[in-house]
Design a protein around this ligand. Sequence first.
Ligand code: GRF
Length: 215
Amino acid sequence: MGPLPFAVLISGRGSNMLALERATRDGRIDGRIVSVVSDRANAAGLDAARELGLETAVLEHRPGMDRAEHGRRLSAILERSGAQLVALAGYMRILDVDFVRKWQRRLLNIHPSLLPAYRGLHTHRRVLEAGEGHHGCTVHFVVEELDAGPAVIQGRLTVRPGEDEERLSARVQRLEHIIYPRAVGWFAAGRLAWRGGDVVLDGQVRVPDLVEEDA
Ligand code: GRF
């Protein structure tokens, strides 16, 4: 079969993309990144990807480009790259319905909350404001509805008294960098699939796997 060709979509720093890349080099993921695509030409993660010698592409939003057009162009880039899995890693555009349908079951996302709690943006702030005891991150398959797809693995931590948004988000990111490579590694090894309505790992229907901080 050979290493799984996959693409990573970013808009910013790309620290999850870098975590995935590291995992392809140290053997945790039997795959290779064939394209890093950003909707922002100035995304810091693009420079980091280029420095690593990865193929990059920029798909900026232009006046008059609607969501469907963006989705078609993105699909064309991904098809040309030969990607068989697409990992969203901080990609800040809502994806077109046809795009999601086309890549469904081959489309993963990392979200900074314990889904189904706290879909959407500013999760760390909202978690602190609500006085939650726990927080974390989730890797899930992507469906048309935002942040609503079936979860694969979650990272969980205890919110510390007096903790601010910056510190909390840094702790969540450390967990992201553990769980995302793990999920992509499973997929690349043919161990993970979303079949029918179920997430299946090693032939078993799974509730999301859970990694505790410092575990
Ligand atoms: C991560 O926190 C991820 O959960 C969210 O966007 C952020 C991307 O960070 N979807 P990075 O660009 O991977 O550093």
